[in-house]
Design a protein around this ligand. Sequence first.
Ligand code: NDP
Ligand code: 8X3
Length: 249
Amino acid sequence: MITGATSGFGKATAIKFAENGYNIIITGRRKELLDELEKELHVFGKIKVLSLCFDIRKNEEIESVIGSLSEEWKKIDILINNAGLAVGLDHIQSGNIDDWDRMIDTNVKGLLYVTRAVAPLMVARNKGHIFNLGSIAGKETYENGNVYCASKFAVDALSKSMRIDMLKNNIKVTLIAPGMAETEFSLVRFKGDEQKAKTVYKGIDALTADDIADVIYYCATLPDHVCINEIVITPTQQASVNHSYRISQ
Ligand code: NDP
Ligand code: 8X3
């Protein structure tokens, strides 16, 4: 089950798992993109695809959607808590409260709601692997990153805690913490301003969604006794959240 499969990492990861014969639950808010992806995934053979359109900020919807899954679909082996976003890039003293709410409600509370609905199904089967999309911004902070960084620091802490809480239940938890990756991320952060979004990656051979999908797939297919706890992935031209080497074009 992949949250935020309509774009970026989530979509690339859905394709990667479909290519490898997995049945997949794809989720997101944009129904038309879910429908398109569902068709695309069937090209990879006789896999089953279930498309669920919901907003991860709405716990009642999540409880109802997950609660009404068939017994077959309730056997979720892998949950990829990927849906998330940055909105705005302002100093804390002039930050937009609506942007803050969106980030905290999605990146922290949404991830929690989905986990609360799915983790008991895994615990009941004594089997499961949860991936949480954190960020390099959940390891270090940068100017104007404030609330986005805080939300990803929370994902970091939750990943560590989940691993401890479900240790006796044989549940693997892997935190994926990428640096700069070119997806819809910056377009969303800058509220549709394509020019600003492009500037973020200027002179950098940024990570692609496929790079992240490959890493998730690698971690998901290790032997049962091996769990990669966390992994930080940056473009070669990025050494930390505040250090990147741009080649002028
Ligand atoms: P994209 O913007 O390309 O994709 C984000 C996905 O999240 C979309 O499918 C979107 O679907 C979904 N989503 C957002 N809000 C909600 C919501 N309320 N309910 C359900 N789905 C939602 O970004 P990325 O693929 O780059 O980002 C994926 C994750 O990786 C995020 O958590 C992000 O913070 C993290 N990340 C990204 C990095 C980057 O540089 N790109 C680096 C480090 C981490 P829809 O709009 O259809 O709901
Ligand atoms: C996204 C990475 O550095 O743009 O999580 O915040 S960064």
